[in-house]
Design a protein around this ligand. Structure first.
Ligand SMILES: *Cc1c(COP(=O)(O)O)cnc(C)c1O
Length: 379
């Protein structure tokens, strides 16, 4: 099946008892057993629930994976992957990570004896010098947040495979519509389904997609044992959101392209970070591994200090000043004080997360209204 058909149908059959076309919200914690152990595959909703099961099959299909697992947040999905590790293991990851991932790695799992190397991943060959016999996992994010660096997934996968190291890709920014890391050699794809998959800023959820059966069994064990699984209402909302993923992504990409060009030409704007520019340092790789360039754009203001940046960020009428991304509505975010506040100043400034940086999640409103709003705010 092609992407749009999978987005609408994968994992979903008319309900066997009523014929309901939409997967029902199975709001139940437990299931009847005819005699102990004799049941229809559902025992207790922490482990399995029919609404969540339909969603997980759909999530797997979107990433061309055999297995999907839904978690109660993107961070819960990340947490489950980290729990595959043991004290003494080492992880190689990027120096431009989602703030919450950096916080979890450095402030939670580092205390359990896991060592993290936060490095520049813009060239896969940078990785080799950090690999030793303790390296168990490489964790990458591409495009990165908020400076839209592109990591060569195929290149990193080749290194990981040669050394028998697990590779996980946080595919939140691209969404499965733009990029499928498993096809490029990754072992696990992670999503914050809160963003493009849900798409309507009304639910928090995470997901893992993968092919290997043994790894799936280990992750399912952690999922059920630790219990950060989402309820049926949230599962339904994401299942419904995904039905328009391809339509929304097309519109995000179109609007993103126009806004990136507008910002680049604006006299009050300094740097613009968007992987679709031909002068982006990893444009060729972006073009190869992504189907389009998305609606996430960051930019700096020329001659603006923190106060000037705050003032500008508060002047929007259509863009909403808020954390998060990937919804139908356009958002503007100040990474230093909002999404990336948990990253030490030196570490963030080294990768360009400076006081006068703003990040846009370009929504699917009419482009003329979005451009007019940017125009009036920039002045
Ligand atoms: C939001 C986000 C996460 C965390 O997901 P939650 O659903 O908020 O827990 C992880 N990675 C990226 C790139 C994100 O944008």
């Amino acid at each position: 099946m092609k992407f749009a058909t999978k987005a609408i149908h994968a994992g979903q059959e008319p309900d066997p008892t009523t014929g309901a076309v939409m997967t029902p919200i199975y709001q139940t914690s437990t299931y009847w057993q005819r005699s102990p152990g004799e049941h229809k595959g559902f025992e207790y909703s922490r482990g399995t629930n029919p609404t969540r099961k339909a969603l997980e099959a759909c999530l797997a299909a979107l990433e061309n994976a055999r297995y999907g697992l839904a978690f109660s947040s993107g961070m819960a999905a990340t947490d489950a992957v980290m729990k595959l590790l043991r004290a003494g293991d080492e992880v190689i990851t990027g120096n431009d990570l989602y703030g919450g991932s950096f916080r979890m790695f450095s402030k939670v799992f580092a205390h359990y004896g896991i060592k993290f190397h936060f490095i520049d991943l813009s060239k896969p060959e940078n990785i080799s010098q950090y690999i030793n016999e303790k390296t168990r996992l490489i964790w990458i994010e591409t495009p990165t947040n908020p400076t839209m660096q592109i990591v060569d997934i195929r290149g990193v996968a080749a290194i990981a495979k040669a050394k028998n190291i697990l590779l996980t890709v946080d595919n939140t920014f691209a969404s499965p519509y733009l990029q499928n890391p498993i096809d490029l050699g990754a072992d696990i794809v992670m999503h914050s389904a809160t963003k493009y998959l849900g798409g309507h800023s009304d639910v928090v959820m995470g997901a893992l997609m993968l092919n290997d059966e043994e790894l799936y069994k280990q992750l399912w064990f952690i999922y059920n044992a630790c219990g950060a699984t989402p309820g049926p209402m949230d599962s339904f909302l994401v299942l419904r959101g995904i039905k328009t993923l391809h339509l929304r992504m097309k519109a995000h990409c179109e609007n993103g392209r126009e806004i990136a060009a507008f910002l680049k030409a604006h006299p009050k704007v300094g740097k613009v970070y968007w992987p679709g520019f031909e002068d982006h340092p990893n444009y060729e790789i972006a073009k190869k591994q992504m189907r389009d360039f998305g609606g996430m754009i960051s930019f700096t203001l020329k001659d603006a200090d923190l106060r000037g940046t705050f003032e500008l960020a508060s002047r929007f009428n259509v863009f909403t000043l808020a954390e998060s991304l990937g919804g139908v509505e356009s958002l503007i975010n100040h990474p230093v004080t909002m999404t990336h506040a948990s990253i030490p100043k030196e570490a963030r400034e080294a990768v360009g997360v400076v006081d006068n940086l703003l990040r846009l999640s370009v929504g699917v409103e009419d482009i003329e209204d979005l451009l007019a709003d940017l125009s009036q705010a920039l002045g």
